[in-house]
Design a protein around this ligand. Structure first.
Ligand code: HEC
Length: 244
């Protein structure tokens, strides 16, 4: 007898074993998982052995639906305090702590009060925008204005908005008719709030506040501009428009 039939047989056997190893878990006999898994693989396998496939699918759906990620990531299971939870260790009973007094975020600008507070070192409100006014700044200002301000002051800042019609006590004014429309004043309003209007210091960084100030200025100019002030191609377009 030559060696080749034996080799052939061996090859066939190992191939069959390999495919069973790969597909064994899924191959069904009736509705049962056919191949028992080695015990050492996972502590959960023996209990699933012999479970019908639909049950396994249902189980995995259930696990996915309940969203308990600690099931897959044991490192999430650890003693810890979550935001807003209580902690009797501290006198105020809260787990969240205040940063030590005087702490500032690394990215916060602190040495240019005219930029951060809109006032010079002498405490006087600035009369011009203290950062370079670029096209990007204007675009940012427009985006932020339309998100945070337009709902009350109107898309062009003229005070015409749905919210304004519902505010009887003090409707948001037209930003083109306020007494002091200087950039410094508008920056103060955004930083500290103004009468009924809340501060936007938490929503907008100093740079974003200046961007809004610049855009409000552009809106104000646009509302009082003559056709002659527009760029030539806009002038042409405006003159071609039928008078309303
Ligand atoms: C919820 C509505 C509301 C939103 C949103 C809002 N405002 Fe106001 N704003 C008001 C009201 C109301 C007043 C008048 C407050 C008063 O006189 O008590 C006011 C006042 C102002 C003033 C001062 C006007 C003056 O008389 O000097 C400025 C400037 C201003 N808003 C700009 C803005 C800008 C810029 C934004 C966007 C970041 C904004 N507001 C967002 C309601 C709003």
């Amino acid at each position: 007898m030559t060696l080749s039939p034996i080799l052939q047989h061996l090859k066939r056997t190992t191939e069959a074993q390999r495919s069973r190893r790969v597909f064994g878990w899924w191959s069904l006999r009736g509705l049962e998982v056919a191949r028992p898994q080695p015990k050492s693989l996972s502590p959960c396998r023996p209990c699933l052995r012999g479970a019908p496939l639909p049950l396994l699918l249902l189980l995995s759906l259930g696990v996915a639906a309940c969203g308990d990620t600690t099931l897959f990531d044991p490192m999430e299971r650890q003693p810890k305090y979550k935001a807003y939870s209580a902690n009797p260790f501290f006198a105020d009973g809260r787990a969240m702590r205040q940063p030590p007094a005087g702490t500032v975020p690394r990215e916060r600008q602190t040495l240019r009060p005219e930029i951060t507070a809109g006032r010079g070192r002498d405490g006087v409100v600035v009369t011009s925008i203290p950062i370079p006014v670029t096209r990007e700044l204007m675009d940012q200002g427009r985006a932020k204005f339309e998100i945070h301000c337009a709902l009350c002051h109107g898309l062009v800042g003229d005070g015409v908005s749905l919210v304004a019609t519902q505010m009887s006590l003090r409707p948001p004014p037209s930003l083109h008719q306020i007494r002091d429309a200087g950039p410094g004043h508008i920056y103060q309003v955004l930083t500290d709030g103004y009468g009924l209007m809340a501060s936007y210091a938490a929503e907008l960084t100093p740079q974003e506040r200046w961007a809004v100030v610049a855009y409000v200025e552009a809106l104000r100019r646009s509302q009082a501009a003559t056709v002659g002030e527009a760029p030539p191609e806009i002038q042409r377009k405006l003159r071609e428009e039928p008078a309303r």
